[in-house]
Design a protein around this ligand. Sequence first.
Ligand code: FES
Length: 204
Amino acid sequence: MSTSTGPEGASGATPGAFVRPTPRPPGSVLPRAPRAPDQRGGDLDPGRTPVQLKRRTFAWLGLGAFFASLGGCAVKFFFPRAIFEPKTTFKIGRLDDFGFGVDDRLQDKYRIWVVRDPEKLFVIYAKCTHLGCTPNWVGSAGKFKCPCHGSGFDSAGVNFEGPAPRPMDRASVEVAPDGQVVVNVDRLFKFDEWDKSDGWKIKV
Ligand code: FES
């Protein structure tokens, strides 16, 4: 006859052997095992698996993105994007503000040159008729010179050298009741229209 004092432990049960549970008194409650904290620092909801939790997070993210886009639409509705076109009609000053010859002070601002001779004042639109570059007035040479391919125009805007195929256009000119010269670069006249229209020149 031998006693159980081996590695099976103090209970004396052999590993793998059936152990009959100790009967509990009626009405007693088993102590609950502590829950493992989840990645957010809280307890795992025993009713949800990690996959369900991920789905829930994505659902909230989607909802947030939806409301964010709605907010963006509302901002666009109340603050519509406006496109501001440059003005094409403007007052450039009084006749006496311009002396005889070519005045290129407005080249950068309005892309025009104001030319005055003893009989009239007219405005040349500063756009080369070759490929559209802006020529410069070269006072020492008495001509407009295009920096792109070398076209030259005389002080009236007529081409005489380089690849430009025709003279430059002139813009509509009028004198307002207040004596201001009004230029409209939306209304341009080609060479063969220069003498047909009264709009591009005024007697001075
Ligand atoms: Fe002026 Fe070509 S664009 S010469």
